[in-house]
Write a protein that binds this ligand. Structure first.
Ligand code: FE
Length: 131
């Protein structure tokens, strides 16, 4: 048993925990592009003090390399906690992360997310260059 054996995956359109990765269909070397990673895009995930998404982590695996590179990490730290009690707080962070990046070669973008009670989930998207 390894850590990787405990990472869940599925189709993001059918499973609310899977990170949905959105990026341009075709990327150019050295040219910045936007990436959005969100959890619950098709089927909303609960966002309460008791049950929420804690973080999203994004990695790039270049086609020619063996190892992953971490690109970004987002912590979502407001879940309506309050002195008045759970879910009474003034602010909720939503599990949506947008950032810009550049790459030198095609590869794969991998997103992980942690639900505070349902563990770690993953998805991946190809970074494609024009033929
Ligand atoms: Fe959950």
């Amino acid at each position: 048993m390894s850590f990787g054996d405990n990472i869940q995956s599925a189709d993001w359109k059918k499973e609310k925990h899977i990170p949905a990765i959105e990026l341009p269909e075709v990327i150019e070397a050295g040219k910045p592009f936007m990436v959005t990673v969100s959890v619950g895009k098709e089927i909303p995930h609960p966002n309460t003090t008791e049950h929420h998404i804690r973080w999203i982590d994004v990695y790039f695996k270049p086609e020619s390399e063996k190892f992953l590179h971490q690109v970004a990490h987002f912590d979502f730290t407001a879940h309506a906690e309050s002195t008045k009690g759970a879910n009474e707080g003034a602010v909720l962070a939503h599990p949506v992360a947008a950032f810009s990046m550049t790459v030198k070669e095609p590869g794969m973008l991998i997103a992980l997310e942690l639900c505070n009670i349902h563990g770690v989930w993953e998805s991946a998207a190809d970074i494609k260059f024009a033929e």
